[in-house]
Design a binder for this molecule. Structure first.
Ligand code: ATP
Ligand code: MG
Length: 556
């Protein structure tokens, strides 16, 4: 990860691990990234991935990828494959350490029987509604279930019959017998197992009962020998339960749970349900729509894994909830691409320019540096001819004060080529300019005047007869409000109706004909772009703008 520009700074988790290693508590650290395979990963998950895999890398330990797959109804193989691909895309590798909580189902079942035998779990027959009522509230103790003190043997027999599939969904549950008056609701006899007659994407149809997340998570950590079980702050209230299981079961190790603040990003929604809604309602083209905060979306847009890693490092890891502005992510992408992206000339909204005094059949080639600060990136030739395209907004018939680009009577430099002076325009019947006429200064080859006169403006151009045509897609934020998901309002009212602009006939310099999706370019003065991997094909170039050259939002 040496290419990442942000140096590794300290955070409270690094300090804890340094202490644990230096005082000999652990010889090696083991972390894990534990997604539930019920959706696609988003930029928030990237924070957790970079943190867990990053700590393991930094301290010479290892990080496991574990699917916390305890709910067969919402989980799918497709999500498992996509999650693996996204973690790899980010640049991390779990090697042989791929685990599934469901691979521990037999062991978890045995431990559930063990708790029953110890008098620490019982089969509950109250309805789900009654269980909720009996549980009490934050200010009121819970009430003990009439089934709480049933004989151990009775619970054991019923639990075995639950496993055998003798009861319908919801008829019974297994509960831990902890403390119905605990101030921590998680300790009021939490449910450990429920009956679900549904096959499981990883272990097939061998089970009729499934463990709850809380009963599977910590024990899976213990089985894998996780040393530091790092999760987001909402699990802080679950920690006493996490520890209770580990203390009351014959587990092979006792991991420690640490919580950190989740990533909240402005101008985005990150809840799986809302992202799902955007997809199913057709607001976006899919999970990999380039405007989505999913890793698939960022990837398709053209964000680099290095930029996402830099972002995760830069935002830091703390214990208080905070909001990160979208511009921080965009700036990380910009910095990375500024270093690495070759520069090219591309005209997004073309306006035709004819140089009247340039020979009709003449073509000249100019050398253009691929990167202004990095000569090792080499150069290429760009072809110049009598008819060119420039950007529509680089021409003004009645220029405002301070406009140094092309306007009647004014001189402007065509990047790498010549100085030209605009002599007039041609309009259609409706009065729109369809062509601009110019004269070039043959003594200004390369772009500087022989007599040393100063030319203030430089614009980019593409030779009409050499140009490639492409569709270019410009993206903006999906929401107009920094906090669309603030609650109490419908986030959809903040959808940005201009979040994508399609330019159907952009003109690109000819060298781009042989590009691939891996190469990101700077289109000079327009931003960073790359081919869309889905919609481009041999006869059709479709470019996505990854990010603008400057933060356009700070001016809005
Ligand atoms: P849900 O709980 O709604 O299914 P989730 O986004 O928490 O969604 P998980 O699969 O449980 O999905 O997440 C996997 C890991 O990623 C967890 O350790 C979780 O804490 C972490 N994670 C999820 N969202 C964020 C976020 N916004 N910032 C940091 N870490 C996150
Ligand atoms: Mg979760």
């Amino acid at each position: 990860m040496s290419s990442d520009s942000t140096p590794i700074s300290s955070n409270f988790l690094r300090s804890i691990i340094e202490d644990d290693l230096s005082n000999g508590k652990h010889g090696t650290i083991v972390t894990r990234f534990p997604p539930e395979p019920n959706g696609y990963l988003h930029i928030g998950h990237a924070k957790s991935i970079c943190l867990n895999f990053g700590l393991a890398q930094q301290f010479g330990g290892r990080c496991h990828l574990r699917f916390d797959d305890t709910n067969p109804v919402k989980e799918e193989l497709e999500f498992i494959e996509s999650i693996k691909e996204s973690v790899r895309w980010l640049g991390f590798e779990w090697g042989e350490h791929l685990y599934y909580a469901s691979d521990n189902f037999e062991q978890l079942y045995q431990w559930a029987e063990y708790l029953i035998q110890q008098g620490k779990a019982y089969v509950e027959e109250l309805s789900a509604d009654d269980i909720r009522i009996y549980r009490g509230t934050l200010v009121e103790a819970g009430k003990e279930s009439p089934f709480r003190d049933r004989p151990v043997d009775e619970s054991l027999q019923l639990f075995r019959r639950m496993r055998a599939g003798e009861f319908p969904d919801g008829a019974k549950v297994l509960r831990a017998r902890i403390d119905m008056s605990s101030p921590n609701m998680n300790l009021r006899d939490p449910v450990l197992y429920r009956i679900i007659h549904a096959p499981h994407p990883h272990v097939g149809d061998s089970w009729r009962i499934y463990p709850m997340y809380d009963f599977a998570h910590g024990q899976s950590d213990a089985i894998e020998g996780i040393t530091h079980s790092i999760c987001t702050l909402e699990f802080e209230d679950h920690k006493p339960l996490y520890d209770w299981f580990l203390e009351n079961l014959p587990v092979p190790s006792h991991p420690r749970q640490y919580e950190f603040a989740r990533l909240n990003l402005t101008y985005a929604v990150m809840s799986k349900r809302k992202l799902h809604e955007l997809v199913t309602q057709g607001t976006v083209s899919g999970w990999d729509d380039p405007r989505m905060p999913t890793l698939m979306g960022l990837r398709r847009r053209g964000y680099t894994p290095a930029a996402v890693r830099t972002f995760c490092e830069r935002i830091g890891v703390g214990r208080s909830d905070s909001w990160i502005d979208m511009s921080v992510l965009e700036e990380c992408v910009r910095e990375d691409l500024n270093e690495s992206a070759p520069r090219v000339l591309a005209v997004l909204r073309p306006l035709k320019v004819v140089i009247d005094n340039y020979p009709v059949d003449q073509v000249e080639e100019f050398e253009a540096a691929n990167h202004p600060q990095r000569p090792e990136m080499g150069s290429r030739v760009v072809s110049f001819s009598r008819e060119l395209f420039i950007e529509q907004d680089d021409f003004s018939e009645a220029p405002p004060k301070g406009f140094f680009r092309m306007s009647p009577g004014n001189e402007v430099r065509l990047r790498y080529a010549y100085i030209v002076r605009c002599t007039g325009v041609i309009k259609d019947e409706s009065g729109s300019i369809i062509e601009v006429r110019c004269q070039y200064d043959p003594a200004s080859r390369g772009g500087s005047a022989a007599d040393g006169r100063k030319i203030k403006g430089t614009i980019h151009w593409v030779s009409a007869r050499h140009a490639l045509e492409a569709e270019v897609r410009l993206f903006d934020r999906l929401f107009t409000d920094p906090n669309p998901d603030r609650g109490g309002v419908d986030y959809k009212q903040f959808l940005n109706s201009d979040s994508v602009e399609v330019l159907p006939a952009a003109k690109l310099e000819a060298g781009l004909s042989s590009t691939d999706c891996e190469t990101r370019f700077q289109f000079e003065r327009q931003g960073y772009f790359r081919l869309d991997p889905q919609d481009s094909s041999p006869g059709r170039l479709v470019f996505n703008r990854i990010v603008t050259l400057k933060d356009a939002w700070s001016k809005k």
